[in-house]
Design a protein around this ligand. Sequence first.
Ligand SMILES: [Zn+2]
Length: 351
Amino acid sequence: MPIRFISNSLSKKHSNGRFHPESAQRIEVLEDWIKNSQGKKITLEILDQFAPKEDILSTHSENLYELIAKTKGISGHFYFDADTTANDYTFDAARQAVAVGKKAIWESTNQNSIFALVRPPGHHATRTSPQGFCIFNNVAIAVELAIKESKYDKIAIIDFDHHFGNGTAYIHERNPNVMYISTHADPRIAYPGCGFVDEIGKGEGRGFNIMMPLGYRASEIDIIMGFEELVLPILRQFKPDFLAISAGFDAYEKDPLGVLGVSTEGFSVIGSYIRNIVSDLRIPYANFLEGGYNIQMLPSLLSSYILPLLSEEIIENERIRNISKFEGDPSNQTKSTIKQAKELLKDFWQV
Ligand SMILES: [Zn+2]
């Protein structure tokens, strides 16, 4: 299935200052790779539209909106916290990223999927605060609007970024129409320090957050085991009509900010599995760029991930079959996490 990459035109103008890992170069190297790979299946568009204020207020507080709006026109950097900052362009770039995200959900179809290649990223931004390099929560806003405006009834979000998407998870934690699924580094050893296996949602949304915290150096083997044992069985019962993916590439084994151990080929295993999920459920999907800080390797990681998604046929991936048959070797921590998750979720799903 073809993929339309859409960037926001100011993505490279937002800056966190020199030497910050979340840099404009991330988009530059990915856009270069896409331009060189363009054809019938891969296209690149640049969007310069701004999301209206009311779209952002569907999900974020007025205070947060005003805080970001006030940074427009500043010289230098405004620090929201030690590592999340704004410059003169941040407010506009972030509003554009939200507009791209909305387009990604509205215009992705079963025949054509959109990849929101945006900066700033979004999944750590909560209702009330920008954090973890994130300003507005692009995926959470798009999903919230799609449900509110009855574009879709039930949406699942899979977040395979190295870090738990605390913003996305907590924004939707009481909503049974949004399922948030995350594989991420164990919160005891990684930012943001939350995303434990028992954070399965609240109130009516209990049972709709699926947490897979992973141990030090966990790889695609651990992620696929979680997908196979928990994610696919639960998704078949939840029956979403859209899948949004928070695609971060910092679970890569040589990411400067990461502690996980996904190989370059591992992203193709993840892409193949996601391809299987959307075919199995027969639903459209869209990707949202989150983290990934190994600039040199980013294009290879992205291409490894999307190649299986571009295929018309389900690719029989030998590695998935082997991992699924437990011929891979997931860590004991992963096995015990999956066991705990099943125990916690069995009141809500057949697992
Ligand atoms: Zn991350």
